[in-house]
Ligand binder design. Sequence first.
Ligand SMILES: Nc1ncnc2c1ncn2[C@@H]1O[C@H](COP(=O)(O)OP(=O)(O)OP(=O)(O)O)[C@@H](O)[C@H]1O
Length: 295
Amino acid sequence: MHANAIEIRNLHKSFGNHHVLKGLDLDVPAGSIFALLGPNGAGKTTLIHILATLVIPDQGTARVAGADTVRQKNDVKRAISLTGQFAAVDDALTGEENLIMIGRLSGLSSAEAKTRAAELSVQFELNGASRKRVKTYSGGMRRRLDLAVSLISPRPILFLDEPTTGLDTSSRRALWDIILRLAKQGITVFLTTQYLEEADQLADRVAVLSDGRIIAAGSPAELKTRVGGEVIELVNANDEVVHVVSTSGRIADVQRQLAEFLPSLPPETRVRLRTPSMDDVFVALTAMPKEAVSV
Ligand SMILES: Nc1ncnc2c1ncn2[C@@H]1O[C@H](COP(=O)(O)OP(=O)(O)OP(=O)(O)O)[C@@H](O)[C@H]1O
């Protein structure tokens, strides 16, 4: 296995006049969980589609498991599993039937497909539901089945496009546990997300995509450090946060920044200090002028 599961150099993609990816450079170490974070329309799905050989870039290169996504498509396809935003399973079949059907389509014998379907039903906590039709499944169960289907034949690199969008908190956490287990087995996970918490909880490294460019990359802790030392929260008598102020933590900065608010605040207002969250990081990074941010 290559040291980097994914290597992206100067990648550009336009749809008509719309320049969606504007020169991306990115490395994803093998065996890590990597989160690409960005708002709606930032180009996350476009990038996943390029990496999965479904879309051809206009300029630049992307290598997945050492193979070029344009010139060595079949090598790339053999190394990856892809799970999209919307479950691609057949509603009219049961979970087990879906798993067996995809297993047969990917070349397993009938007996092998049945064994693999049973293993995956246990691994993805579908055992109780696997004999029920998919149309009766909750959103979380469908998403788990979709993931199970994409892992019928195990591959070293897994792409997950917004795996938990639309799920409630407990289904999201259940899916996070599964993703963490897959990474422990040595699978490289490349996921896109709009949820900062998801990137923070799961990823070894995060890149922030905004307006077609990577505006920051690093571990969640590095990104938080880059944005600043401390966040001051001003809290009212009902324990509601009324102002959030990012500060270096130095007394001169704190004094200057608080001076702006103090005259207008009631005397019972309290001050709280905390380290920046990924939300603060995202707001700060997307507000900075592009040239001020080093990747
Ligand atoms: N095949 C296409 N033809 C034309 N425009 C496209 C095509 N695919 C994507 N786009 C446009 O490219 C931009 C980026 O889309 P993309 O789906 O990659 O963003 P995203 O970050 O994944 O957002 P979302 O979270 O909404 O899926 C959008 O403005 C989208 O409309």
